[in-house]
Design a protein around this ligand. Structure first.
Ligand code: HEC
Length: 166
């Protein structure tokens, strides 16, 4: 998959229009909207299937669940204006400092290039978020941190849209 993010966005649009179409059908049976056309085909799983050795796959999925937990804890810390804490969670659980923790070296060997790139970009953006979160204390502006957090989750989205396990 060259553009996993694009596929993700397209899938989102398809699902979005599917429900819009149903609603629209009920309201105006005689005018099915043109834009809803792609929703007619059953959604196809176009993700590239990647083979990981069993232990590594289990390890990776456990990491994934911790990624989601980390995002939740980060959002909670942001809500409490605990910016340093938000930054620490991001750096240690998602950022560049988490690479060893994730056995990134072993994982990289079995990942296709695009998948590796999404992973690396995620770690990089998470570390950027950590810096931006720590800056909030000085600048009082949380927006750069929120943008960096969105850039981080965009990499979760991109990788999930492009790849799955076999
Ligand atoms: C480099 C690729 C990649 C990145 C980046 C990535 N994931 Fe995943 N994630 C996967 C793959 C592959 C699966 C397995 C999907 C499948 O086989 O259907 C997965 C599965 C998951 C699961 C399900 C775990 C389970 O037990 O089944 C969660 C939750 C998850 N990811 C959260 C995240 C979050 C949150 C982020 C970002 C902070 C993230 N992932 C970033 C590749 C990635």
């Amino acid at each position: 998959m060259k553009h996993p993010l694009h596929i993700g966005l397209a899938a989102g649009l398809v699902f979005g229009t599917a429900s819009a179409q149903q609603h629209d059908h009920a309201m105006h049976m005689q005018h099915p909207p043109q834009a809803a056309q792609p929703a007619k085909a059953a959604p196809k799983d176009a993700r590239q299937a990647v083979q990981f050795p069993k232990t590594l796959r289990e390890h990776t999925l456990a990491n994934m669940r911790d990624h989601l937990l980390a995002l939740q804890e980060i959002q909670e810390a942001l809500a409490k204006q605990e910016y340093d804490r938000a930054g620490d969670i991001a750096e240690h659980r998602l950022g560049m400092s988490s690479l060893a923790l994730h056995g990134a070296h072993d994982v990289a060997k079995v990942m296709p290039k695009g998948m590796q790139e999404a992973g690396t970009a995620m770690h990089r953006h998470a570390s950027r978020f950590a810096v931006a979160a720590k800056d909030v204390g000085a600048t009082g502006d949380v927006r750069p941190a929120l943008a960096a957090l969105a850039a981080t989750t965009a990499q979760c989205v991109a990788c999930h849209a492009g790849y799955r396990f076999k």
